[in-house]
Design a protein around this ligand. Structure first.
Ligand code: G1P
Length: 295
């Protein structure tokens, strides 16, 4: 059955080990690393809220408790800020706690992105939902976030939708790759979907980029999907099966994915957001220009 209901819920998988970012990810969840002054996970939650999401489920694991703490209230800190007259800081803390209803569920075993999403089954129920990977911040060049644009596609056509970016050939084997028909305006009607293919297997260079809006039928399909690449339950494989019954659209969005799960992109993302920051942007630009002159 194809659903055309409003997208109100989001699932943020944030349980993975972060093996591309060791040693820091051993003790600090990569999702808690700062982009300027906010942990990555807060940027992701804000992106969901900006997309019209009012209910968020974070999928976490052992050693990720600090994520829970970040979204919890700390009454002693609040009274201290109030006593010191730091009203802006206080408002910012309260805004963080009231942005959306935030829930947590644990993923007991690291058994893949499909398995992480399956942990959300009870919470999501029978409605379409967004998935925002917790280690990536996606910015949009338009005034609508990428997740919002995906939700619009699903609210119009039913089925599911994924964010796509065209990648060079040598990078296709790092991503889920979608093949299909280009309907114009960046919208692809998918007819194949392969997790981390070789260049020869890849149907295109359209790579899935950390944002999805999924039909609730995905849960049933995931239950019936066998482990795939890396012995893990892959959301890509389940979506490829479901595509035979319900439409899957891809959106070649205009914007940028900041993958903070690796060192280089993490530093680039801090520069990107730091340069735009009202308090430190000017001084940071001067510093970057000064080091660039000396290289
Ligand atoms: C996951 C997905 C992959 C997708 C990628 C980026 O891979 O399995 O299909 O392209 O995220 O969104 P991972 O980066 O977790 O290996």
């Amino acid at each position: 059955m194809t659903t055309k209901r409003k997208v109100r819920k989001a699932v943020i998988p944030a349980a993975g080990f972060g093996t591309r970012f060791l040693p820091i990810a051993k003790s600090v969840p990569k999702e808690m690393l700062p982009l300027v002054d906010k942990p990555v996970i807060q940027w992701v939650v804000e992106e969901a809220v900006e997309s019209g999401i009012t209910d968020i489920l974070l999928v976490i694991s052992r050693s990720k408790r600090s994520i829970e703490e970040h979204f919890n209230s700390v009454p002693e800190l609040e009274s201290q800020l109030e006593a010191k007259g730091r009203i802006d800081d206080l408002k910012e803390l309260r805004r963080l706690q009231s942005m959306a209803k935030i829930h947590f569920v644990w993923q007991p075993r690291m058994a893949g992105l499909g398995d992480a999403i399956l942990q959300a089954r009870e919470h999501v129920g029978d409605e379409p939902f967004a998935v925002l990977l917790g280690d990536s911040v996606v910015t949009s060049d338009s005034d609508q976030s990428v997740t919002r644009q995906l939700a619009d596609l699903v609210e119009t056509h039913g089925g599911s939708a994924v964010a796509l970016q065209e990648v060079p050939e040598e990078k296709v084997s790092r991503y889920g790759i979608v093949g299909g028909e280009d309907l114009g305006n960046g919208v692809i009607r998918a007819n194949s979907f392969i997790e981390k293919p070789t260049v020869a297997e890849a149907p295109s260079r359209w790579a899935v980029s950390a944002r999805y809006v999924l039909s609730p039928s995905i849960f049933e399909t995931l239950e019936q999907t066998a482990a795939g690449k890396g012995g893990e339950l892959q959301i890509t494989d389940a979506m490829a099966s479901l595509m035979r019954e319900e439409p899957l659209h891809g959106l070649l969005f205009s914007g940028r994915r900041h993958d903070i799960g690796n060192k280089l992109d993490f530093i680039k993302a801090n520069l990107h957001f730091g340069l735009q920051h009202p308090e430190i942007g000017g001084a940071l630009r001067a510093y970057v220009e000064s080091i660039a002159r000396n290289i």
